[in-house]
Design a binder for this molecule. Structure first.
Ligand code: AMP
Length: 113
C-alpha cells in the first residue's frame, strides 16, 4: 500500500528501530512508547485491521502469536507483558495496517478503556 507508513517501514523506505524480522513479520520499537518496553509486531502482508482477518490471511496472524514469546524473551519481558490491538475508529486505531502492541517492563495498570 503506497500510503501506508508500516508498509514503508517494511520496505525500508522509512527507518525503524527493529527488534525482529523474518519473511512474514517485523517488530520494531514504537516511536511514542507507552511503557518501558513498547514494540509493534506487524505482518508484512497489508491487512488493514482485525476486522479484515479471514481464512485467507489468518495464518500470518497465528504466526505472529507463535513469535511473540520469542520476541518478548529477547526484550527481557520475563515477568509478563500485555498484547494490545486497536481496531477501527472506536478502537482508536491510528495506523491502518494491523499491528499488535507488545507492552511491558513494569507492572502495567489494569485499565482497559
Ligand atoms: P494504533 O493507534 O494502535 O494504530 O498504534 C499506532 C502506533 O504506531 C502508535 O503507538 C504510534 O506511536 C506508532 N507509530 C506511528 N508511526 C511510527 C513509526 N514511524 N515508527 C514507530 N512507531 C510508529
Amino acid at each position: 500500500m503506497a500510503d501506508c507508513i508500516f508498509c514503508k517501514i517494511i520496505d525500508g523506505s522509512i527507518p525503524s528501530n527493529k527488534v525482529y524480522e523474518d519473511d512474514k513479520i517485523i517488530a520494531f520499537h514504537d516511536l511514542e512508547p507507552q511503557a518501558p518496553v513498547h514494540v509493534l509486531v506487524v505482518p508484512k502482508q497489508h491487512i488493514s485491521c482485525a476486522d479484515e482477518i479471514d481464512e485467507s490471511n489468518a495464518d500470518v496472524i497465528a504466526y505472529i502469536f507463535t513469535k511473540i514469546p520469542q520476541i518478548a524473551k529477547s526484550l527481557g519481558l520475563e515477568n509478563g507483558y500485555r498484547i494490545v490491538n486497536n481496531c477501527g475508529d472506536d478502537g482508536c486505531q491510528s495506523v491502518k495496517h494491523i499491528h499488535f502492541h507488545l507492552l511491558g517492563g513494569k507492572k502495567l495498570r489494569g485499565q482497559m478503556s
